[in-house]
Design a protein around this ligand. Structure first.
Ligand code: MG
Length: 159
């Protein structure tokens, strides 16, 4: 088994789109980003590459490389997943934390898990999504930022 950890933060601004785990979430504020600003998928890519000892999202998809400009995060995740599977790993389970003051994400957990299951080709019962607030404290607490944390476990090929 190999464990990986990922973390990401994006600023939130009124009127922008909020995409989490590849799912559009109705919200007054969304992530400010050159792409879709999906902190869950960005943290997930980092966790996956970390577990496989393949560096990080910035190494695989450099911001200076125009090929990745505006590419949806779900496409980056697919490329990272393909790479990790080609290395002979299989995906064991994923646990996601989102820290966001509003909106409440619980009504969207099922859709988020289903989308991750689809993108990763993993059973639903291997994917967990949780959400917390920051209790009104700091930039997350006043609604200026969203954070995602992901822990992911890979199994090494047995051959
Ligand atoms: Mg990011």
């Amino acid at each position: 088994m190999r464990v990986g950890i990922g973390w990401d933060i994006h600023r939130l601004e009124p009127g922008a789109r909020l995409v989490l785990a590849g799912v559009d979430i109705p919200s007054e504020s969304g992530a400010v980003s050159r792409t879709d600003g999906d902190v869950v998928l960005h943290a997930l890519i980092d966790a996956m590459l970390g577990a496989a000892c393949l560096g990080d999202i910035g190494g695989m998809f450099p911001e200076t490389d125009d090929r990745f400009l505006g590419v949806p995060s779900c496409d980056l995740l697919r490329q990272a997943t393909d790479r990790v599977l080609r290395e002979g790993y299989s995906l064991n389970n994923v646990d996601v934390n989102v820290i966001l003051e509003r909106p409440k994400l619980r009504p969207h957990f099922d859709r988020m898990r289903a989308r991750l299951s689809e993108l990763l080709g993993m059973d639903l019962n291997r994917i967990n999504v949780k959400a917390r607030t920051s209790e009104g404290m700091g930039p997350i607490g006043v609604g200026d930022a969203v954070v995602a944390q992901v822990v992911l476990l890979l199994s090494e090929a047995t051959s």
